[in-house]
Design a protein around this ligand. Structure first.
Ligand SMILES: [Zn+2]
Length: 434
């Protein structure tokens, strides 16, 4: 019997991939295009000039339906067209209003979407700024030092809707509304200033959120989410800080996985160096930061209590990536269970969003009153921020370097995770301020 004769009909030709939809999101520094595809796309993406356009070639593919055209006033996209080529392949051409650098990656199916081809279009004229940690502006501005900057992070965004309620309310939308209300309240308070990490409906990578907070010199980081669970009866708010080891409960671990999975939407990280730096610094100031995070979390939880139903009466701990700033006290709030129909309805109401924002604001204010005069951990933070680099030249010793910068050997070694006094020519040391 011919074995291949039986298999051949199934192997005849691979089914043509279909493009089901095209979505696009505008972020401050790039535009994201997302193509929904029926299977993993074999593709090529490149930019052409005169006129500026982006070409997307997909092997063995066709359009499943007409693609959504951008609005006439879109800041980058002009028109989207397509055509068949090479007997069965598809070419999509996107006419652009300016030059871009494209970067593409594919996403595997998630619970809401199938296969996706993601193309980020970065503005060519915007030079990528190196993600350096700037030293604190020292004595030049005394008022600035006293002001408490709060970074408000609305979870998810753009291609990542977050959790979804039974009636279709999306986490990314309600948390942005709460975040904006919270920012307004903080900014009305003298001595406090708030910044929004995500200002609109676009995705920001989890590590990038930390970077935005750092660049804004945030003294406190508040991430706002709305939980989901397979049991629709589960309800109430919870407040989290970062756990060092395992999460404090199985549910917390599960939730951390869900929230961290968002970062797949972020694509390939360009900033591995930052992660290394972060992991080195993490051990140094973590204890101080962790203590401050817990103080802030308790204040916020205390204010939420009575205003909204609580899911957990104590501060929870989980390994959320967004809480990993080594030097910025960070708190994540799951405002409610969007999977609970009653809470889903409340979350959509501006009045309820305002209640949540008010409670969080009051918690932050109490933290501000309590912590600012102490400045204990703030000093540690300043020390970490105001560091410089020193490249070892011939003949230098660790003790000389420590003396030169006016810091102890112990501190210098701790900052650079050095186990011995041996240093090499060309080695770069991080020097904390004395
Ligand atoms: Zn979330």
């Amino acid at each position: 019997m011919c074995f291949f004769c039986i298999l051949l009909p199934n192997l005849g030709y691979a089914k043509q991939l279909q493009i089901e939809a095209l979505r696009f999101w505008s972020a401050p520094d790039h535009t994201r295009l997302v193509l929904d595809t029926t299977s993993l796309p074999k593709h090529q993406v490149f930019a052409l000039q005169n006129p500026d356009r982006l070409v997307v070639d997909i092997v063995n593919a066709k359009l499943g339906r007409h693609l959504l055209q951008p609005a006439a006033n879109h800041n980058l996209l002009y028109r989207i067209r397509s055509g068949a080529r090479n007997k069965g392949d598809l070419r999509i051409v996107i006419d652009l209003k300016k030059q871009i650098n494209p970067k593409s990656f594919v996403l595997k199916p998630s619970n809401l979407y199938g296969h996706r081809l993601v193309i980020d279009l970065f503005d060519k004229d915007k030079v990528k700024k190196s993600p350096v940690i700037k030293p604190m502006a020292n004595s030049d501005n005394k008022n600035r030092a006293k002001e408490m900057v709060v970074a408000i992070d609305a979870g998810h965004g753009g291609e990542d809707p977050g959790a979804q309620g039974p009636h279709g309310v999306q986490e990314k939308k309600v948390v942005l509304s709460v975040a904006k209300k919270l920012v307004a309240k903080i900014n009305a308070h003298p001595g406090m200033r708030a910044i929004l990490v995500r200002k609109g409906d676009y995705y920001v990578g989890l590590r990038k959120r930390l970077k935005i907070a750092r660049q804004s010199r945030a003294d406190l980081f508040i991430s706002i989410h709305a939980d989901a669970f397979h049991n629709a009866k589960v309800h109430g708010a919870s407040v989290y800080t970062l756990s060092r080891g395992g999460a404090s409960s199985e549910a917390a671990r599960w939730l951390a996985n869900q929230e961290n999975a968002s970062d797949l939407v972020g694509g390939v990280s360009l900033d591995d160096k930052d992660d290394v730096l972060a992991s080195v610094l993490l051990d140094l100031s973590q204890t101080a930061t962790q203590d401050m995070s817990t103080i802030a979390a308790k204040k916020i939880l205390g204010e939420l209590n009575g205003i909204v139903k609580l899911h957990k009466r104590s501060v929870q701990a989980a390994k959320f990536i967004v809480l990993k700033s080594p030097d910025i006290p960070s708190v994540l709030i799951e405002t409610a269970y969007i999977s609970n129909p009653t809470e889903e309805r409340r979350l959509r109401s501006p009045g309820y969003q305002n209640k949540i924002a008010q409670a969080i604001y009051r918690g932050i204010n109490k933290y501000y009153q309590d912590v600012t005069p102490v400045h204990l951990a703030i000093d540690e933070r300043t020390a970490i921020r105001a560091f410089s680099k020193h490249k070892i030249t011939r003949g230098e010793t660790l003790s000389e370097i420590a003396v030169r910068y006016g810091i102890s050997m112990k501190k210098l070694k701790r900052f650079n995770a050095l186990k011995s006094n041996v240093i090499k020519i060309g080695q770069v040391l991080t020097i904390p301020s004395s």
